[in-house]
Design a protein around this ligand. Structure first.
Ligand code: CP
Length: 333
Protein backbone atom coordinates (compact mmCIF):
# COMPACT_ATOMS: atom_id res chain seq x y z
CA UNK A 1 0.00 0.00 0.00
CA UNK A 2 1.15 3.55 -0.75
CA UNK A 3 2.37 5.12 2.48
CA UNK A 4 2.14 8.93 2.61
CA UNK A 5 2.35 9.25 6.40
CA UNK A 6 4.34 12.31 7.48
CA UNK A 7 4.60 13.78 3.98
CA UNK A 8 3.78 17.35 2.91
CA UNK A 9 1.58 18.51 0.04
CA UNK A 10 3.10 21.85 -0.94
CA UNK A 11 2.22 21.32 -4.59
CA UNK A 12 1.29 18.61 -7.10
CA UNK A 13 4.97 17.83 -7.74
CA UNK A 14 5.23 16.40 -4.20
CA UNK A 15 3.16 13.37 -5.25
CA UNK A 16 3.88 10.76 -7.92
CA UNK A 17 1.20 9.75 -10.43
CA UNK A 18 0.59 6.58 -8.38
CA UNK A 19 0.28 8.56 -5.14
CA UNK A 20 -2.22 10.94 -6.74
CA UNK A 21 -4.27 8.01 -8.04
CA UNK A 22 -4.17 6.28 -4.66
CA UNK A 23 -5.30 9.47 -2.89
CA UNK A 24 -8.22 9.77 -5.32
CA UNK A 25 -9.16 6.12 -4.64
CA UNK A 26 -9.18 6.82 -0.89
CA UNK A 27 -11.31 9.93 -1.48
CA UNK A 28 -13.79 7.81 -3.43
CA UNK A 29 -13.91 5.25 -0.61
CA UNK A 30 -14.43 7.92 2.08
CA UNK A 31 -17.16 9.61 0.04
CA UNK A 32 -18.93 6.26 -0.34
CA UNK A 33 -18.63 5.54 3.40
CA UNK A 34 -20.01 8.99 4.27
CA UNK A 35 -23.01 8.49 1.98
CA UNK A 36 -23.64 5.04 3.54
CA UNK A 37 -23.42 6.49 7.05
CA UNK A 38 -20.42 4.28 7.84
CA UNK A 39 -18.13 5.96 10.39
CA UNK A 40 -14.50 6.46 9.34
CA UNK A 41 -12.89 8.15 12.33
CA UNK A 42 -9.38 7.73 11.00
CA UNK A 43 -7.95 10.75 12.83
CA UNK A 44 -9.55 10.27 16.25
CA UNK A 45 -8.15 12.83 18.69
CA UNK A 46 -5.90 14.51 16.10
CA UNK A 47 -5.64 18.27 15.63
CA UNK A 48 -5.16 20.23 12.44
CA UNK A 49 -4.12 23.89 12.47
CA UNK A 50 -5.84 25.82 9.71
CA UNK A 51 -3.74 28.93 9.08
CA UNK A 52 -5.61 31.29 6.76
CA UNK A 53 -3.96 34.52 5.64
CA UNK A 54 -6.75 35.35 3.16
CA UNK A 55 -10.51 34.75 3.26
CA UNK A 56 -11.83 31.33 2.32
CA UNK A 57 -15.26 29.73 2.20
CA UNK A 58 -14.71 26.33 0.60
CA UNK A 59 -11.20 25.51 1.77
CA UNK A 60 -11.69 26.55 5.39
CA UNK A 61 -15.10 24.93 5.82
CA UNK A 62 -14.19 21.73 3.97
CA UNK A 63 -10.99 21.24 6.00
CA UNK A 64 -12.82 21.86 9.28
CA UNK A 65 -15.66 19.51 8.33
CA UNK A 66 -13.17 16.93 7.07
CA UNK A 67 -11.39 16.84 10.43
CA UNK A 68 -14.69 16.59 12.32
CA UNK A 69 -15.87 13.65 10.14
CA UNK A 70 -12.50 11.93 10.63
CA UNK A 71 -12.87 12.17 14.42
CA UNK A 72 -10.44 15.02 14.96
CA UNK A 73 -10.79 18.76 14.87
CA UNK A 74 -9.38 21.88 13.24
CA UNK A 75 -8.26 25.04 15.00
CA UNK A 76 -8.88 28.22 13.00
CA UNK A 77 -5.62 30.17 13.18
CA UNK A 78 -5.51 33.63 11.68
CA UNK A 79 -3.69 36.86 12.52
CA UNK A 80 -6.16 37.53 15.35
CA UNK A 81 -5.19 34.27 17.03
CA UNK A 82 -1.45 34.02 16.38
CA UNK A 83 1.46 36.42 16.96
CA UNK A 84 1.73 37.01 13.24
CA UNK A 85 0.62 39.74 10.86
CA UNK A 86 1.55 43.38 10.62
CA UNK A 87 0.83 44.30 14.23
CA UNK A 88 2.80 41.62 16.06
CA UNK A 89 5.14 39.45 14.03
CA UNK A 90 6.69 36.58 15.97
CA UNK A 91 9.53 34.92 14.14
CA UNK A 92 7.63 32.77 11.63
CA UNK A 93 9.78 29.74 12.28
CA UNK A 94 9.25 29.99 16.04
CA UNK A 95 5.50 29.99 15.41
CA UNK A 96 5.68 26.95 13.16
CA UNK A 97 8.03 25.02 15.47
CA UNK A 98 5.73 25.74 18.43
CA UNK A 99 2.63 24.65 16.52
CA UNK A 100 4.42 21.41 15.61
CA UNK A 101 4.56 20.52 19.32
CA UNK A 102 0.76 20.72 19.70
CA UNK A 103 -0.73 19.80 16.36
CA UNK A 104 -0.68 16.77 14.04
CA UNK A 105 -0.88 18.71 10.78
CA UNK A 106 -1.19 22.17 9.28
CA UNK A 107 -3.34 23.36 6.37
CA UNK A 108 -1.92 26.68 5.27
CA UNK A 109 -3.44 29.31 2.95
CA UNK A 110 -0.60 31.75 2.39
CA UNK A 111 -0.12 35.07 0.67
CA UNK A 112 3.32 33.97 -0.53
CA UNK A 113 4.72 30.66 -1.79
CA UNK A 114 7.97 31.06 0.15
CA UNK A 115 5.98 31.07 3.41
CA UNK A 116 4.55 27.66 2.48
CA UNK A 117 8.05 26.38 1.69
CA UNK A 118 9.55 27.67 4.93
CA UNK A 119 6.60 26.47 7.03
CA UNK A 120 7.04 22.99 5.54
CA UNK A 121 10.76 23.11 6.25
CA UNK A 122 10.34 24.08 9.91
CA UNK A 123 7.25 21.99 10.71
CA UNK A 124 7.80 18.48 12.06
CA UNK A 125 4.25 17.61 11.03
CA UNK A 126 2.58 17.35 7.58
CA UNK A 127 2.02 20.69 5.86
CA UNK A 128 -0.76 21.00 3.27
CA UNK A 129 -0.84 23.96 0.91
CA UNK A 130 -4.41 25.26 1.18
CA UNK A 131 -3.68 27.65 -1.74
CA UNK A 132 -0.93 30.17 -2.31
CA UNK A 133 -0.21 32.41 -5.30
CA UNK A 134 1.74 29.65 -7.07
CA UNK A 135 -0.40 26.55 -6.47
CA UNK A 136 -3.77 25.33 -5.28
CA UNK A 137 -3.19 21.58 -5.16
CA UNK A 138 -6.29 20.70 -3.09
CA UNK A 139 -8.57 22.27 -5.70
CA UNK A 140 -6.79 20.35 -8.47
CA UNK A 141 -7.43 17.07 -6.59
CA UNK A 142 -11.15 17.88 -6.24
CA UNK A 143 -11.38 18.84 -9.91
CA UNK A 144 -9.88 15.57 -11.09
CA UNK A 145 -12.10 13.55 -8.76
CA UNK A 146 -15.13 15.34 -10.21
CA UNK A 147 -14.04 14.70 -13.80
CA UNK A 148 -13.48 10.99 -13.04
CA UNK A 149 -16.92 10.67 -11.46
CA UNK A 150 -18.59 12.22 -14.47
CA UNK A 151 -16.70 10.61 -17.35
CA UNK A 152 -14.35 7.89 -16.02
CA UNK A 153 -10.55 7.83 -16.29
CA UNK A 154 -9.09 11.23 -17.17
CA UNK A 155 -6.21 9.95 -19.31
CA UNK A 156 -6.64 11.58 -22.74
CA UNK A 157 -9.73 13.51 -21.65
CA UNK A 158 -9.87 16.90 -23.31
CA UNK A 159 -9.99 19.73 -20.78
CA UNK A 160 -10.32 23.41 -21.72
CA UNK A 161 -9.32 25.93 -19.07
CA UNK A 162 -10.72 29.29 -20.16
CA UNK A 163 -9.69 32.65 -18.71
CA UNK A 164 -12.71 34.75 -17.80
CA UNK A 165 -12.71 38.45 -17.02
CA UNK A 166 -13.26 39.58 -13.44
CA UNK A 167 -12.28 42.85 -11.81
CA UNK A 168 -10.31 41.12 -9.00
CA UNK A 169 -6.81 39.85 -9.81
CA UNK A 170 -6.30 36.35 -8.42
CA UNK A 171 -2.94 34.64 -8.97
CA UNK A 172 -2.48 31.72 -11.37
CA UNK A 173 -2.26 29.07 -8.61
CA UNK A 174 -5.08 26.86 -9.84
CA UNK A 175 -3.96 27.16 -13.47
CA UNK A 176 -0.47 26.06 -12.44
CA UNK A 177 -1.70 23.09 -10.39
CA UNK A 178 -4.02 22.05 -13.22
CA UNK A 179 -1.08 22.03 -15.67
CA UNK A 180 0.89 19.80 -13.31
CA UNK A 181 -2.11 17.50 -12.83
CA UNK A 182 -2.48 17.18 -16.64
CA UNK A 183 1.19 16.29 -16.85
CA UNK A 184 0.96 13.66 -14.10
CA UNK A 185 -2.33 12.01 -15.13
CA UNK A 186 -2.08 12.39 -18.91
CA UNK A 187 -5.04 14.53 -19.87
CA UNK A 188 -5.02 17.02 -22.73
CA UNK A 189 -5.26 20.51 -21.31
CA UNK A 190 -5.76 23.56 -23.53
CA UNK A 191 -5.58 26.90 -21.72
CA UNK A 192 -7.04 29.99 -23.40
CA UNK A 193 -6.13 33.44 -22.08
CA UNK A 194 -5.50 36.96 -23.40
CA UNK A 195 -1.93 38.05 -24.24
CA UNK A 196 -0.11 39.03 -21.04
CA UNK A 197 -2.08 36.70 -18.74
CA UNK A 198 0.14 33.64 -19.11
CA UNK A 199 0.48 31.16 -16.20
CA UNK A 200 3.87 30.28 -14.64
CA UNK A 201 6.08 29.19 -17.54
CA UNK A 202 8.55 27.32 -15.30
CA UNK A 203 5.67 25.21 -14.06
CA UNK A 204 4.51 24.75 -17.66
CA UNK A 205 7.96 23.33 -18.46
CA UNK A 206 7.77 20.91 -15.53
CA UNK A 207 4.25 19.88 -16.57
CA UNK A 208 5.43 19.29 -20.17
CA UNK A 209 8.18 16.99 -18.90
CA UNK A 210 5.61 14.94 -16.95
CA UNK A 211 3.23 14.95 -19.93
CA UNK A 212 5.88 13.29 -22.11
CA UNK A 213 5.76 10.30 -19.76
CA UNK A 214 2.00 10.21 -19.20
CA UNK A 215 0.84 10.90 -22.76
CA UNK A 216 -0.89 14.15 -21.79
CA UNK A 217 -0.40 17.61 -23.26
CA UNK A 218 -0.59 21.24 -22.21
CA UNK A 219 -1.32 23.82 -24.93
CA UNK A 220 -1.48 27.56 -24.43
CA UNK A 221 -3.75 29.40 -26.88
CA UNK A 222 -5.41 32.80 -27.18
CA UNK A 223 -8.96 31.99 -28.24
CA UNK A 224 -11.85 30.14 -26.67
CA UNK A 225 -12.53 28.29 -29.90
CA UNK A 226 -9.07 26.72 -30.12
CA UNK A 227 -9.26 25.49 -26.53
CA UNK A 228 -12.93 24.53 -26.28
CA UNK A 229 -13.29 22.64 -29.57
CA UNK A 230 -14.43 19.07 -28.78
CA UNK A 231 -13.62 19.49 -25.07
CA UNK A 232 -15.02 17.05 -22.49
CA UNK A 233 -14.78 19.64 -19.73
CA UNK A 234 -14.78 23.41 -19.79
CA UNK A 235 -13.31 24.95 -16.66
CA UNK A 236 -13.36 28.70 -16.16
CA UNK A 237 -10.97 30.67 -14.02
CA UNK A 238 -9.49 34.17 -13.88
CA UNK A 239 -5.87 34.97 -13.08
CA UNK A 240 -3.06 37.44 -13.66
CA UNK A 241 0.42 36.46 -14.80
CA UNK A 242 3.06 35.82 -12.12
CA UNK A 243 4.91 38.96 -13.30
CA UNK A 244 1.84 41.14 -12.67
CA UNK A 245 1.09 39.44 -9.36
CA UNK A 246 4.71 39.84 -8.23
CA UNK A 247 4.42 43.62 -8.60
CA UNK A 248 2.85 43.50 -5.18
CA UNK A 249 -0.22 42.61 -3.27
CA UNK A 250 -1.57 46.14 -3.88
CA UNK A 251 -2.24 44.93 -7.40
CA UNK A 252 -4.20 41.96 -6.10
CA UNK A 253 -6.22 43.63 -3.39
CA UNK A 254 -6.52 47.27 -4.40
CA UNK A 255 -5.97 47.30 -8.14
CA UNK A 256 -3.54 49.28 -10.25
CA UNK A 257 -5.61 51.84 -12.22
CA UNK A 258 -3.51 51.59 -15.43
CA UNK A 259 -3.49 47.80 -15.44
CA UNK A 260 -7.16 47.68 -14.52
CA UNK A 261 -8.11 50.07 -17.36
CA UNK A 262 -6.35 47.88 -19.93
CA UNK A 263 -7.82 44.76 -18.42
CA UNK A 264 -11.35 46.18 -18.55
CA UNK A 265 -11.14 46.27 -22.37
CA UNK A 266 -11.19 42.44 -22.25
CA UNK A 267 -14.48 42.30 -20.42
CA UNK A 268 -16.85 41.45 -23.27
CA UNK A 269 -14.54 39.25 -25.33
CA UNK A 270 -13.45 37.03 -22.44
CA UNK A 271 -16.77 35.90 -20.93
CA UNK A 272 -17.79 32.27 -21.30
CA UNK A 273 -21.37 31.96 -22.57
CA UNK A 274 -23.60 29.31 -24.12
CA UNK A 275 -21.96 29.86 -27.52
CA UNK A 276 -18.55 29.04 -26.03
CA UNK A 277 -19.91 25.89 -24.40
CA UNK A 278 -21.47 24.96 -27.78
CA UNK A 279 -17.94 24.68 -29.22
CA UNK A 280 -17.24 21.72 -26.94
CA UNK A 281 -18.66 18.17 -27.09
CA UNK A 282 -22.44 17.94 -26.70
CA UNK A 283 -22.04 16.30 -23.29
CA UNK A 284 -19.29 18.66 -22.13
CA UNK A 285 -19.44 19.70 -18.50
CA UNK A 286 -18.78 23.12 -17.03
CA UNK A 287 -16.54 23.64 -14.01
CA UNK A 288 -15.46 26.55 -11.85
CA UNK A 289 -13.57 26.31 -8.55
CA UNK A 290 -15.68 29.15 -7.03
CA UNK A 291 -16.05 31.86 -5.94
CA UNK A 292 -17.16 33.01 -9.39
CA UNK A 293 -17.83 36.53 -10.65
CA UNK A 294 -21.20 35.71 -12.21
CA UNK A 295 -21.88 37.28 -15.61
CA UNK A 296 -18.31 38.61 -15.77
CA UNK A 297 -16.26 35.41 -16.07
CA UNK A 298 -19.17 33.24 -17.20
CA UNK A 299 -22.87 33.81 -17.67
CA UNK A 300 -25.57 32.75 -15.25
CA UNK A 301 -27.13 30.80 -18.11
CA UNK A 302 -24.05 28.56 -18.29
CA UNK A 303 -23.51 28.31 -14.52
CA UNK A 304 -27.15 27.36 -13.94
CA UNK A 305 -27.40 24.94 -16.89
CA UNK A 306 -27.67 21.14 -16.51
CA UNK A 307 -24.09 20.93 -17.86
CA UNK A 308 -22.76 22.80 -14.83
CA UNK A 309 -21.08 20.63 -12.17
CA UNK A 310 -19.72 23.48 -10.04
CA UNK A 311 -21.28 22.33 -6.78
CA UNK A 312 -20.17 18.70 -7.26
CA UNK A 313 -16.70 20.15 -7.64
CA UNK A 314 -17.11 22.18 -4.43
CA UNK A 315 -18.39 19.09 -2.57
CA UNK A 316 -15.41 17.04 -3.68
CA UNK A 317 -13.10 19.45 -1.88
CA UNK A 318 -14.35 17.75 1.29
CA UNK A 319 -13.78 14.16 0.14
CA UNK A 320 -10.35 14.76 -1.40
CA UNK A 321 -9.14 16.73 1.61
CA UNK A 322 -10.31 13.93 3.91
CA UNK A 323 -8.17 11.51 1.91
CA UNK A 324 -5.17 13.85 1.96
CA UNK A 325 -5.49 14.40 5.73
CA UNK A 326 -6.01 10.71 6.55
CA UNK A 327 -3.02 9.68 4.44
CA UNK A 328 -0.57 12.41 5.46
CA UNK A 329 -1.53 12.39 9.15
CA UNK A 330 -1.26 8.60 9.26
CA UNK A 331 -4.85 7.60 10.03
CA UNK A 332 -5.47 5.53 6.90
CA UNK A 333 -4.61 1.85 7.22
N1 CP B 1 -12.00 27.36 -4.39
C1 CP B 1 -11.56 27.90 -3.23
O1 CP B 1 -10.41 27.71 -2.82
O2 CP B 1 -12.51 28.61 -2.55
P1 CP B 1 -12.24 29.45 -1.22
O3 CP B 1 -11.33 30.60 -1.58
O4 CP B 1 -13.60 29.91 -0.79
O5 CP B 1 -11.59 28.57 -0.20
Amino acid sequence: MTDLKGRDLKGIADFSKEEIEFTLEVAKQLKRELKMGKPHRLLEGKSLGGIFETPSTRTSVSFETAMMQLGGHMLWLDQHRLWVGEAAEEDWHDTIKTLSRYLDGIAYRAVRRDRVESAAEYADIPLINASCPVEHPCQAFADVMTMMEKKGPVRNAKVALLWGYRSANPPAGLTNSTMLMAGKLGFDLAIAFPEGFEPDMEIKKAADTEAKLSGGSINLVHSYEEAAREADFISIYSWVSPAVFAKGLETHFQGDPEFQKKKDTLKDEWRVDAKTVGMAKKDAMVMHCLPVARNDEVTDEVLNSPQSIIFDEAENRLHTEKAILALLMGGYR
